[in-house]
Design a binder for this molecule. Structure first.
Ligand SMILES: *[C@@H]1O[C@H](CO)[C@@H](O)[C@H](O)[C@H]1NC(C)=O
Ligand SMILES: *[C@@H]1O[C@H](CO)[C@@H](O)[C@H](O)[C@H]1NC(C)=O
Ligand SMILES: *[C@@H]1O[C@H](CO)[C@@H](O)[C@H](O)[C@H]1NC(C)=O
Ligand SMILES: *[C@@H]1O[C@H](CO)[C@@H](O)[C@H](O)[C@H]1NC(C)=O
Length: 474
C-alpha cells in the first residue's frame, strides 16, 4: 500500500520535473522575444566585413548556438541593415582552379581531375584539361548553358580568367507572400553571391498595406542559415506610389520603382564596390538564376554585357510548366553600367519579357541571353505558393493586371477549392490554358539543386498533392 502511494508520488514528481525542463528548454530555444521590439534600431554605425574565407561549392549549414545569438543580440539582429557599413570580401581565385602537370590550369568543378592526371601520366605531351559532361572550354570553365549562349550570340567570344574574381551583388524585391521562394533563392545562390540586397514592401501593387512577412520570418531561427544572414542586406520599402495610377502600367511602375530604390539604397550601403563588380537585378523572388552561369561571370572576363536570363517557367510548383516554356528576365550588369543606366534614365531598366510576346526592340537591350529551350538560365517558379496564399495574392493583384480573366469568371466563385483544382489538374489561373506535366525523373533542370537536396522541406513544390492522377501514374 505504502509502496504504491510512493510510486505514484514519484511518478508525479518526475512528470513535474520533466515539465519544468520542457518549459526551460522551450524558453531557451524559442525565437527570442525581441521580435517586435526591433523597431528601435540603434542609430550607431556598425561595420561588417563580409566573411572572406570563401568556401566554394559547399553550402554550409551552421546551426547558430544559443550563446552566440544572445551575446550578439545588442548589435546583430540576424541580418545587415542600412545602418551598417558593409564591406565586401576579396575572394581568392586559387580555390576554384588547380594546376595540373605544370602547365594546364583547370577549373575544379568542371574537370575530371583523376582522368586528366592519368592522361598526363600516360602521354607526356598531353596538356589538356579533360572536362566533365556538361562543361566546356580549354580549362573546363564554361557550363553548358554559357557555352550555348556564346554559340547562339554569333559573336566571337574569348573568355579570359580574371586575376581577381568579381564580387556579385544580387538585388530583388519581395512584394507578397513569397518567403519560401526567397529562402530557396538565397540558399541556391549563396555560394556565388557576395551580398544579397533584399527589399520588402509594406504595400501591395494596389497600394494596400501588408506586413513585412519576410522580416518577421528573419527573426526566427532555422529560416535562413547563419552564414547567409551575414551577407543579407535587408531594406524596408515604404514609399507609397501615387495611388491614382492604376492598371498594368501601375504594376510595372511599381516593380521598377522598387528595384530602382533597392539598387540606389544598396549601393549607398556597400562601401567598397568596384565598377566591374556584377549587379544581378531581378524582378522578384520567384526568379532563381542558374548559379553555374553566375560563377562563370564571376571568374571570367571577355563576354558581352548586359546579360539576360532565359528561365524555365514553372507554375504552382516544379511539376507544371507553363506552355510558353520560358521567360526572359533581367539581368546582369556591371556596377559601372548600372550607374550609367540609372543615372541617365531609370525608366530604361527592363522588366521581364515573354518570348514571342515582347515588343520589338525590347530584347535588343541585351547583348547576351543565357538559356534556351533545353538548357535553362535558371528557374521562374510562378505562383509557387500554397493554395491559400495563391488566393490571398490573387486578391492583392490589380484587376487589370491579374492572370484571372475577371469578365469570364463573373458568377464563378474563386475559393480555395477552385485554386486546388487548378493546381491538381494543371490549368493556368485564367482557367483555360493547359500546363505541361513535368516529372523529376531524368530531368536535369527539374528544380534548383537546393530544392532537390531538400525535398522533405519543399515537398509542396516538388510533388503535386492535389493531383488525383498521380496515384495511378506513380
Ligand atoms: C614541373 O616543373 C618542375 C620544375 O619547373 C620540373 O622539375 C618537373 O620535371 C616538371 N614536371 C613535369 C611533369 O613536367
Ligand atoms: C508603409 O510604411 C510607411 C512608413 O512607416 C508609412 O508611412 C506608410 O503609410 C506605409 N504604407 C502603407 C500602405 O501602410
Ligand atoms: C501603358 O502606357 C503606354 C504608354 O505610356 C500606353 O500606350 C498603354 O496603353 C498603357 N497601358 C495601360 C494598360 O494602361
Ligand atoms: C546538393 O547536394 C550535393 C550533394 O550532397 C552538394 O554537392 C551540393 O552542394 C548541394 N547543393 C545545394 C545548392 O545545396
Amino acid at each position: 500500500m505504502y509502496y504504491r502511494v510512493d510510486f505514484k508520488l514519484c511518478m508525479l514528481w518526475i512528470l513535474l520535473v520533466l515539465q519544468v525542463l520542457l518549459v526551460i528548454y522551450y524558453l531557451l530555444m524559442a525565437p527570442a522575444s525581441y521580435v517586435f521590439e526591433y523597431s528601435t534600431p540603434t542609430p550607431k554605425e556598425h561595420e561588417f566585413s563580409l566573411s572572406s574565407n570563401y568556401k566554394p561549392y559547399s553550402v554550409k549549414f551552421v546551426a547558430p548556438s544559443i550563446a552566440k545569438a544572445v551575446s550578439r543580440r545588442k548589435e546583430w539582429q540576424g541580418y545587415l541593415t542600412e545602418a551598417d557599413r558593409v564591406i565586401l570580401p576579396n575572394i581568392v581565385l586559387s580555390s576554384y582552379f588547380v594546376k595540373l602537370n605544370n602547365e594546364s590550369v583547370c577549373f575544379v568543378p568542371g574537370t575530371d581531375i583523376g582522368y586528366t592526371k592519368k592522361q598526363h601520366a600516360d602521354h607526356m605531351d598531353h596538356t589538356k584539361c579533360e572536362c566533365k559532361r556538361g562543361w566546356h572550354g580549354k580549362d573546363c570553365g564554361q557550363p553548358e548553358v554559357i557555352w550555348r549562349a556564346f554559340i547562339a550570340s554569333r559573336q566571337k567570344i574569348s573568355p579570359r580568367r580574371r586575376r581577381k574574381p568579381r564580387r556579385i551583388i544580387h538585388g530583388f524585391p519581395i512584394t507578397g507572400l513569397e518567403t519560401t521562394l526567397a529562402e530557396i533563392k538565397l540558399h541556391e545562390l549563396s555560394h556565388v553571391v557576395d551580398c544579397f540586397v533584399v527589399g520588402e514592401s509594406n504595400h501591395t501593387a494596389t497600394g494596400h498595406f501588408k506586413p513585412f512577412y519576410f522580416k518577421q520570418k528573419l527573426h526566427k531561427k532555422g529560416f535562413i542559415s547563419e552564414d547567409i544572414r551575414h551577407k543579407l542586406l535587408y531594406i524596408p520599402l515604404t514609399n507609397s506610389l501615387r495611388s491614382n495610377n492604376k492598371g498594368l502600367n501601375y504594376s510595372s511602375t511599381y516593380s521598377k520603382s522598387l528595384r530602382q530604390q533597392l539598387w540606389q539604397r544598396g549601393q549607398a550601403t556597400l562601401t567598397n564596390l568596384r565598377s566591374d563588380d556584377l549587379y544581378i537585378d531581378s524582378t522578384d523572388a520567384y526568379e532563381i538564376t542558374n548559379p553555374k552561369a553566375l560563377l562563370f561571370f564571376k571568374l571570367y572576363d571577355g563576354w558581352p554585357l548586359p546579360v539576360a536570363f532565359r528561365l524555365r517557367w514553372s507554375a504552382y510548383g516544379f511539376f507544371w510548366q507553363h506552355p510558353k516554356r520560358t521567360i526572359i528576365t533581367p539581368g546582369a550588369y556591371t556596377i559601372g553600367i548600372m550607374e550609367d543606366l540609372f543615372r541617365s534614365n531609370p525608366s530604361r531598366i527592363p522588366g521581364y519579357l515573354i518570348p514571342g510576346v515582347e515588343e520589338p526592340g525590347e530584347r535588343s537591350v541585351y547583348e547576351l541571353v543565357v538559356g534556351d529551350l533545353n538548357h535553362y538560365g535558371g528557374w521562374y517558379c510562378s505562383w509557387c505558393l500554397e493554395p491559400n496564399d495563391i488566393l490571398t495574392m490573387l486578391q492583392w493583384a490589380p484587376h487589370d493586371n491579374s492572370p484571372i480573366d475577371w469578365d469570364r469568371m463573373s458568377g464563378k466563385k474563386i475559393d480555395i477549392t477552385y485554386v486546388e483544382d487548378l493546381v491538381g489538374t494543371g490549368l493556368w489561373l485564367d482557367g483555360v490554358t493547359a500546363l505541361i506535366r513535368k516529372s523529376q525523373h531524368g530531368d536535369l533542370y527539374f528544380a534548383p539543386d537546393y530544392v532537390a537536396n531538400n525535398t522533405w522541406k519543399y515537398d509542396f513544390l516538388y510533388t503535386n498533392f492535389y493531383s488525383k492522377l498521380d496515384y495511378y501514374n506513380n
